[in-house]
Design a protein around this ligand. Structure first.
Ligand code: URA
Length: 210
């Protein structure tokens, strides 16, 4: 993947995203849409996975059939909203290894602080896909990616549902080597760090904690 930013403007993705944005959409429907959209985004973020061939036998004859090359994927969810994207992706890529990064924002320094970090072994040998639905300021995303690099990851992609231009710029500055795949880059952040027009708090909307 050579582009730093890929916007998936497929009609199904855009239609589902619009339904998710609507404030009247229920938690159950929001969660179902997120599951569906995550699989469409997974399709895009894995588009250039290395392939190899394997000899198989169909009922009629032998063939060299295309299969994914051995390098295993690691999906890393940024807690807690990342789990909404993770579930759908795992249905599509059931053999992927999974990791979790938990960060909170220190009230004084405003910097992200790690409270949980559990990732698969041998990150350096894996394609690492970091999932978080909302790329807002980009501070926690950039910090999470740095933690993964410190743990050995060298081949990282960042998958989100929505991004703010500020978050894209922050990630580009901190991690120009990490391509971003998203369904939309919205207009801007508000003073509380919410993406406008956005969809509100993704975690609250998927877990019903509003
Ligand atoms: N996180 C969210 O859940 N929503 C935003 O708009 C920004 C960050």
């Amino acid at each position: 993947m050579t582009q730093h930013l890929t916007i998936v403007n497929h009609p199904l993705v855009q239609h589902k995203l619009s339904l998710m944005r609507e404030k009247e959409t229920s938690t159950a429907v929001f969660r179902q849409l997120l599951r569906e959209i995550s699989q469409l985004l997974a399709y895009e973020v894995t588009r250039e996975l290395p392939m190899t061939t394997k000899e198989i036998e169909t009922p009629l004859e032998k063939m060299d059939a295309p299969v994914l090359a051995g390098r295993k994927l690691a999906l890393i969810s940024i807690l807690r909203a990342g789990n909404g994207l993770l579930d759908g992706m795992l249905e599509l890529i059931p053999s992927a290894r999974v990791g979790f990064v938990g960060l909170y924002r220190d009230e004084k320094t405003l910097q992200p602080v790690k409270y949980y970090f559990k990732v698969p072994e041998n990150l350096s040998e894996r394609l690492v896909i970091v999932v978080d639905p909302m790329l807002a300021t980009g501070n926690s995303s950039a910090a999470a990616v740095q933690m993964l690099k410190d743990a050995g990851a060298t081949n990282i992609r960042f998958l989100c549902l929505l991004a703010a231009p500020e978050g894209v710029a922050r990630m580009k500055e901190a991690h120009p080597d990490v391509p971003i795949v998203t369904a939309s880059v919205d207009t801007r952040l508000n003073e509380k760090g919410y993406i406008l027009p956005g969809l509100g708090d993704a975690g609250d909307r998927m877990f019903g904690t509003r």
